[in-house]
Ligand binder design. Sequence first.
Ligand code: BG6
Length: 480
Amino acid sequence: MATNNFPKGFLWGGATAANQLEGAYQEGGKGLSLPDVLPGGKDRMKIIASPDFDFKINPDYVYPNHIGIDHYHHYKEDIALFAEMGFKCYRFSIAWSRIFPNGDEETPNEEGLKFYDAVIDECLKHDIEPVITISHYEMPLHLITEYGSWKNKKLIDFYERFARTVLTRYQDKVKYWMTFNEINSAAHFPIMGQGLTISNGAGDKKNVYQAWHNQFVASAKAVKIGHELNPDMKIGCMILYATTYSYDSNPKNQLASLQDNQANNFFCADVQVRGHYPAYTKSLLARQGVQLADIDYNDEELALLAQYPVDYIGFSYYMSSVVDVTHENQETTNGNLMGGVKNPFLKSSDWGWQIDPTGLRIALNQLSDRYQKPVFVVENGLGAVDKPDENHYVADDYRIDYLREHIEAISQAIDDGVDVMGYTPWGCIDLVSASTGEMSKRYGFIYVDEDDEGNGSFNRYKKKSFDWYKKVITTNGADL
Ligand code: BG6
């Protein structure tokens, strides 16, 4: 299909997160962060979910985030490769513990800031617009061990200081920001975004809602700071979106999927975009055994939420999900920090995530209809096992097919009238997986020679998808 409806200035690019690619976990004055204590391997989430998980480095495990892909020392080479593909933008995050090593210091670590000065200047040198996630699954560890993480209101002040520092420093260089990566993922797994797991309170749902409330306030403060510094700044939320279907037309399943959508897809964005808690809040909390009276909030905070909603909706989209409450023993699937009932109409990735480009078109329409604000696909892609030949070349036609179909879906959504700002496929260069801590789950256009244990040359090689994506960008999506 030829698509030539992508608007001029469409932000084609790619996305990464500091903790998954930088490495250098103890260089430049960086403090330990949450991912530095997350073991690598398929059991990562199981280990974290254990009531004994103690947020300490255990010599029996491998910690792939410690080395990432050593982007800290390769950033110039990596950004040059992004530029060669023609990236208009590059989405990355700032490791909070490079700037405030413990999170509660009064003054920032200048060496950490200098690193991001260099990364941003390198992007600008290549005419690549930086798109920054302020917090992407990488809070300073000390804020968890000393303060109990996001359920503690003090975190609002610490985040505000961090956000003010980076927004101020980069106010003239960076226009596009997001406050928290996949803020709603805590509905499934509160560890990554909120620093909460069974061993420190995630079992009590009220802690998750308290943590969210604190994050909403922190996010609104960041929007306030950003807009006061530079009214042209665009500051978005970022949610994990899995288009969610009812298994069948049984009204019980229809109702369950509506409630699932409220709980998992919409709740956080409803607050961050509309500036107030949705009408269904009380009943949603009640379904999870939480009373409004359990949450510590005040009028001043609610006024902040109302006054400083986000400018756009950034979201990740990898898969769709199916809800069925009427059959027992349904086959289930894995997913992006979540699972669901298997959809008989869809194929799955090597990691069992269901591939559904039409679901992306639906997602774009649903988000646009609901919020009437621009939307930005800031993550999408296929995690797959790549098999390089003797020249380190990966013929990743499967990835090209996945991306092509999803770009076509975006094009169709644009025809549907959706205002789409851009597209930044996840892990544009191979990096450490968030859910499993593996290198072998690869998303990139660029192959990094490194295995799950962190061994390899760390050389970068262009995959087949590299040239394909370059062509897509050059033709502004007309030639897929
Ligand atoms: C999103 C995250 O959940 O999906 C990324 O924002 C993550 O950090 C991406 O890497 C893909 O997930 P995974 O588990 O395959 O790395």
